[in-house]
Ligand binder design. Structure first.
Ligand code: BGC
Length: 362
């Protein structure tokens, strides 16, 4: 986002120092007067993207408990519904929780709820997605860099052809500021090098919508005229690939993704998806959990900052910004397996035996 000011060189040191400091933090007083056992609200946006419930939630809960034995976590998932998330925010405010970790379904619509929380002296940490309004801290990845990695990989996979390659763009939900940054980053490397045959914004990041849109794109452009697909995340990649296969597009064009979902990693090994972007879950959840505990204890979040961000209608707040990594079949082993995200056994189903050996996964 253009609002960043970042100091990349200090990023990793600052995060680990901040985490160590938070681990030594004292006291359990809630700034909102909730007593000695701080309650931290955790609001997740949807159940269609695997990462929120399978990676972020358990890692955040673990980190919070590690740093604060007496803390409890009140979790809710809005399942893509803005009104439901607004109610969940209201209910946490009424309960006077000590801090809220929020992944906003819709940044703008949640701004009023963020303001209400602020008026009730409940700090809100925007997790992964920037929320509008007076948040207290922010943890995420450089979204434009995610888009640049996707765009660069797509160009590489399409190689040089006798014609300007034609691509289809499956972008995320424009009410998510990340989706806007991913698209901007991707366009910054794709513009002038490809023809964009069709481009869609995908409300609520639904794979089914991407599936329908891809079928439409195939009808509009023709089965033999799609050289590549920019899919903003692995869910949209799954929906797009299913439509390409159903319409007998052969060979499959390279398709990008994001989130390093297990199903996507398997598609990458099988050759159905070209790449994904790995945004390491652990450091993001560690920073989010540490900020939440510190905020719940009424401590300043400034020490966590590797950068700063100014949300719309908000004040400038400390931000932790992490670096995304591009993953293709060539580096699954060196990234996801080495970091313990998945074991080779988890990735390599019996059908993937040969493909796994070829990718050096044994
Ligand atoms: C996240 C992505 C995720 C998408 C859909 C974005 O805000 O950064 O990791 O795939 O939301 O849930």
């Amino acid at each position: 986002m253009e609002a960043w000011t970042r100091d990349a060189a200090l990023a990793l040191t600052a995060v680990s120092t901040a985490l160590a400091l938070a681990a030594c933090g004292q006291g359990g007083q809630s700034p909102s007067g909730g007593g000695n056992a701080p309650e931290i609200g955790l609001l997740l946006p949807d159940a269609t993207t695997a990462r929120w419930e399978t990676q972020d939630r358990p890692l955040l809960e673990k980190k919070i408990r590690e740093l604060c034995h007496e803390c409890t976590v009140e979790h809710a998932n809005a399942k893509g519904d803005v009104a439901v998330q607004q109610e969940q925010m209201d209910s946490l405010i009424t309960k006077r929780v000590s801090a809220i970790v929020l992944v906003a379904v819709d940044a703008r619509s949640l701004g009023t709820a963020v303001r209400k929380a602020d008026n009730a002296h409940i700090p809100v940490i925007a997790y992964d997605r920037l929320a509008e309004g007076p948040i207290s801290g922010y943890v995420s990845f450089d979204g434009q860099e995610v888009g640049r990695l996707q765009g660069t990989a797509l160009l590489q996979a399409m190689g040089t052809r006798g014609h300007t390659p034609q691509i289809v763009m499956m972008n995320g939900d424009p009410s998510d500021p990340n989706a806007v940054a991913f698209k901007q980053g991707a366009l910054s490397v794709l513009s002038g090098k490809v023809r964009i045959g069709e481009s869609y914004d995908t409300l609520q990041w639904r794979a089914e919508t991407a599936n329908t849109n891809m079928s439409g794109a195939i009808s509009a452009l023709g089965v033999d005229h799609i050289d590549g697909v920019y899919a903003a995340n692995d869910g949209l990649a799954a929906g797009s690939i299913a439509a390409l296969k159903a319409n007998k597009v052969h060979p499959l064009p390279p398709v990008t993704g994001q989130d390093a979902e297990l199903a996507a990693v398997r598609r990458i090994i099988a050759g159905d998806q070209y790449m994904t972007v790995y945004k390491s879950f652990k450091p993001e959840a560690s920073a989010g959990g540490a900020m939440a505990v510190a905020a719940a204890r009424g401590q300043s979040l400034a020490r966590f900052a590797t950068g700063k961000v100014t949300p719309r209608d908000g004040r400038t707040v400390p931000a932790v910004l992490l670096t995304p990594v591009s993953v293709t079949a060539a580096n699954v082993e060196d990234t996801l397996v080495k970091e313990g995200v998945y074991t080779t056994r988890q990735i390599c189903t019996p059908q993937l035996g040969d493909a796994c050996r070829k990718a050096g996964l044994t």
